[in-house]
Design a binder for this molecule. Structure first.
Ligand SMILES: Cc1ncc(COP(=O)(O)O)c(C=O)c1O
Length: 367
């Protein structure tokens, strides 16, 4: 008899299950301050909670295709209608569906690094190869996008290019003109706008989807809308392309409760404005409060996290993370890069948590 191992698809064999240790830890120890996963520190708005309760009562029924919430998303973004919008169980699932549509084993996905890890995870499950183009560390101050580097990395095997805008963890935007240059290649091109609401939809690349069929824009309600646990994300694009990608969707992939809660969140423009204002003020507070630490490079962020490089102060990021954790705060470690091992990332927390983190970072760098 053959062993089960021999039946595993070769590129899936040996890939470990994805577990976020920090998130597991935070749920097990709720007294810890979660400043590591770019969650929103504010609980969902009362309107969202009301929708959750209302639609929980209909949880005995299968969901529909989400025409109402898809129409609302189209309206907000100036698109023709629901056929331009695809829903996912978080934008992580949306990437999975897009990748399934375009990527075969041995083919390549181009990403910019440092960046969010999901593109690698979902690409590798399909046997794809990840091609990482490093951002440019300019004058040890700013991590800049490198559109020429991305264009130069294109080969016959390139089937997807994905750019987070703003980027996680750097918090900056790529120039609009660079989006056009990459769109012009005709290669499926995803602009991941998970955090765009913090800067406003004027920064969105969604208008490009009208001119370029190969451009797709993804979003999530996990960040500015504060609904990470609900799992609701979406993609926008040309209706034929969205229709084809939808063929890869698992039937009823998004439940009734997330769909109607998402609609309530999208309609609650005041709730969003309040969350965005709070976040952006707190980003400024943290950035300004830490600007007096010599050798600590603080990356100007347009999102709900801030990247730091303490290498110039002779400090290690992993020591900073351990120091904070001993004081009850979970931060996000970052791998060594650009000749420095001083990197770490802080997610905006509550007002009290942000004051606490400023104090702890000062203490660490003053040692
Ligand atoms: C750049 C980026 N895109 C997408 C996501 C995933 O969000 P979702 O919760 O919608 O799967 C994240 C989450 O941290 C992210 O940083």
């Amino acid at each position: 008899m053959k062993s089960i191992e021999q039946y595993y698809v070769p590129w899936v064999k040996g890939i470990p299950m994805y577990v976020s240790g920090h998130i597991e830890l935070a749920w097990r120890q709720p007294e810890l301050h979660r400043m590591m996963s770019n969650e929103n520190p504010n609980e969902p708005s009362p309107k969202v909670l009301e929708a959750i309760v209302n639609y929980a009562k209909k949880a005995n029924r299968y969901p529909d295709q989400g025409l109402v919430v898809r129409s609302k998303i189209a309206e907000i973004n100036g698109l023709d209608g629901p056929e331009n919008v695809l829903l996912g169980n978080g934008s992580s699932e949306v990437f999975d569906n897009i990748f399934r549509t375009f990527l075969q084993p041995g083919e390549e996905v181009i990403q910019h690094t440092p960046c969010f890890g999901i593109y690698k995870l979902r690409g590798e499950i399909l046997g794809g190869k990840l091609v990482s183009v490093p951002m440019i560390y300019k004058d040890q101050k700013e991590l800049a996008y490198d559109p020429d580097g991305i264009l130069n990395a294109i080969t016959d095997k390139t089937k997807i290019i994905v750019i987070a805008n703003p980027n996680n963890p750097t918090g900056n935007f790529m120039d609009a003109e660079a989006f056009v240059r990459i769109a012009e290649t005709g290669i499926p091109f995803i602009a991941d706008e998970a955090y765009v609401e913090y800067a406003g939809l004027k920064m969105s690349q969604v208008p490009l989807t009208k001119k370029y069929k190969n451009v797709l824009v993804t979003r999530t309600l996990s960040k500015a809308y504060g609904l990470a646990g609900l799992r609701f994300g979406y993609a926008m694009g040309d209706k034929d392309v969205i229709g084809q990608i939808s063929a890869a969707l698992i039937p009823w992939n998004v439940g009734t409760i997330p769909m109607w809660a998402a609609l309530a969140a999208l309609e609650d423009t005041e709730g969003l404005a309040m969350r965005v204002k709070f976040n952006n003020e707190q980003v400024d507070f943290i950035q300004e409060s830490l600007s007096d630490i010599p050798g600590l490079n603080i990356f100007k962020s347009h999102a709900n996290y801030i990247l730091f490089d303490g290498g110039g102060a002779g400090k290690k990021g992993k020591d900073m993370v351990a120091f904070a954790q001993e004081r009850g705060i979970i931060l996000r470690p970052e791998s060594a890069k650009y000749g420095s091992d001083g990197w770490f990332r802080v997610t905006i927390g509550t007002r009290e948590e942000n004051q606490m983190v400023v104090k702890v970072i000062h203490e660490f760098f003053n040692q």
